[in-house]
Design a protein around this ligand. Structure first.
Ligand SMILES: [Zn+2]
Ligand SMILES: [Zn+2]
Length: 137
């Protein structure tokens, strides 16, 4: 089975996943822009049972626009957000795509295009949604 490795910038926080993610999503929401410092955030969603973490984490929680909780786990040394948990997806863990040292599948869709920068465009074959992923998906 494929093993994927993700680390923070300084390398003290690491996560290993057995198998591929269930899906990958590109998110243009302002919160993801601020979390990453990039024009959009990309998250790989694995089942929690696939993950093994080493290293300490700090946590910061926010309420998503849906009213549900989202908690970021970040490295206390370098500040990189490596993963997050969502009340919306209790069996999954979202992991920062850019933190992987291994190759992952491309995103299955782009969400929050209402907050997308004009110069960002995604492949035509990706489903795109103006806000979050319509449920149930
Ligand atoms: Zn770090
Ligand atoms: Zn987002």
């Amino acid at each position: 089975m494929t093993t994927h490795n993700a680390t923070c910038q300084c390398g003290t926080l690491q996560a290993t996943f057995e198998g591929d993610p269930d899906f990958v999503i590109a998110c243009n929401c302002k919160a993801c822009q601020k979390r990453t410092g990039a024009a959009f955030g990309t998250g790989a969603y694995f089942r929690k049972t696939q993950m093994t973490v080493t290293g300490a984490t700090s946590h910061w929680a926010r309420t998503a626009e849906t009213g549900r909780a989202l908690e970021n786990a970040f490295c206390p040394v370098c500040g990189t957000t490596l993963y997050w948990t969502l009340e919306m997806r209790p069996d999954h863990i979202g992991v920062a795509f850019g933190c992987f040292d291994t190759r992952l599948p491309e995103p299955a869709r782009a969400i929050w295009t209402d907050e997308k920068h004009d110069w960002v465009s995604f492949p035509n074959n990706w489903p795109q949604f103006p806000k979050g992923t319509p449920e149930p998906v």
